[in-house]
Write a protein that binds this ligand. Structure first.
Ligand SMILES: [Fe+2]
Length: 330
């Protein structure tokens, strides 16, 4: 059975207008029961993602979609439609079950999700009897996108006056009271939000973007594409690679220019999830910029102003970036 029971067309206008939408009973009950049972299992095993645990706030578990739910199409398509995001580049970047602690504070300052969470989807799973647990949102104020890879980095990048508790002071939030089986969708990287009175509640959080970014390596297609890329690299000749399409790895989440203490000598480094960072040249940086949309190696080289007959000389550079898993040959 499909996870969602709603008709996307009914919610497109509301999402576009408000930046969020609350879909009552948007999940099929059978699927909800499956996720709830899975949550109980995971909680019993304490099989949490230790790395992502927020001490005293919540525990998180990775949720795997059963094959019979027709993942990803039946999950991605309705969500992309409601949010008017292109399905071709629609990428999942989180699929976590979150269980809030008994001792979770009733109220903390609101936050924005990481840059990859252009669209955040919450599906409440459990809520204690009489719980006041609800989502607060500021869909009309301070909507600049968090360009950074975590919520914490966004907060630490702000001046005192720009902290959400100061910037949003006196502005009443929208309060969304959701029940298990509802679906709440909002622009997570731009809208300030938080869950109030979350103690003992559990939700499935799914997060998406249309920029092919998967910094936690949670979209199952990311690993498959990486494996295909390494296979292409080992099997194809340089000539064949020229006509191969490449894209920046969804796991390449940052390129940084450092000024080192060696007389502020510059170093440019690329960061790929689960890999060691590596140095890149200015030419390689220009390759990543040109490869943001899927293009062939030949086309990227032409865009960088290199004459056609010389293209073949640059294939080894592309090979290096592919072997370091920063560039995917697909
Ligand atoms: Fe969030």
């Amino acid at each position: 059975m499909a996870l969602f029971s709603f008709s996307p067309a009914d919610y497109v206008d509301a999402f576009n207008k408000n930046g969020y939408v609350h879909i009552k009973n948007g999940v099929n009950l059978e699927n909800l029961a499956y996720i709830q049972a899975k949550t109980k299992e995971l909680t019993a095993d304490q099989n949490d993602l230790k790395e992502w645990e927020f001490k005293g706030k919540k525990q998180q578990y990775l949720f795997d979609f059963p094959a019979e739910w027709n993942f990803p199409e039946a999950i991605f398509q309705p969500l992309a439609s409601v949010a008017s995001m292109p399905y071709e580049t629609f990428t999942m970047c989180e699929r976590h079950i979150k269980v809030y602690d008994k001792s979770a504070k009733p109220s903390v300052p609101p936050h924005k999700d990481r840059v990859a969470a252009e669209l955040t989807v919450g599906i409440p799973l459990f809520m204690p009897e009489g719980s006041e647990s609800h989502l607060v949102l500021w869909p009309n104020d301070a909507l600049d996108v968090n360009p950074l890879n975590t919520t914490a980095l966004w907060r630490s990048s702000l001046d005192e006056k720009d902290l959400p508790e100061n910037r949003l002071a006196g502005i009443e939030p929208v309060r969304v009271y959701t029940e298990p089986g509802d679906v709440i969708m909002f622009r997570g990287s731009s809208i300030y939000h938080e869950r109030e009175y979350p103690a003992d509640t559990a939700l499935l959080y799914l997060k998406f973007n249309a920029m092919r970014l998967d910094p936690l390596n949670e979209d199952p297609s990311t690993g498959l594409q990486e494996a295909l890329s390494l296979k292409n690299l080992s099997e194809k000749t340089d000539d064949e690679l020229l006509d191969c399409t490449v894209e920046v790895s969804p796991k390449l989440y940052r390129i940084s220019r450092h000024y080192t203490r060696l007389h502020w000598k510059e170093v440019v480094q690329a960061y790929v999830t689960d890999e060691k960072e590596f140095n890149i040249s200015e030419f390689e940086l220009s390759i990543f910029k040109a490869a943001e949309n899927k293009r062939s190696v030949r086309e990227i080289i032409a865009r960088l102003g290199i004459p056609g007959p010389e293209a073949i000389n640059h294939v080894p550079t592309f090979r290096r970036l592919g072997a370091l898993k920063g560039l995917h040959f697909i």
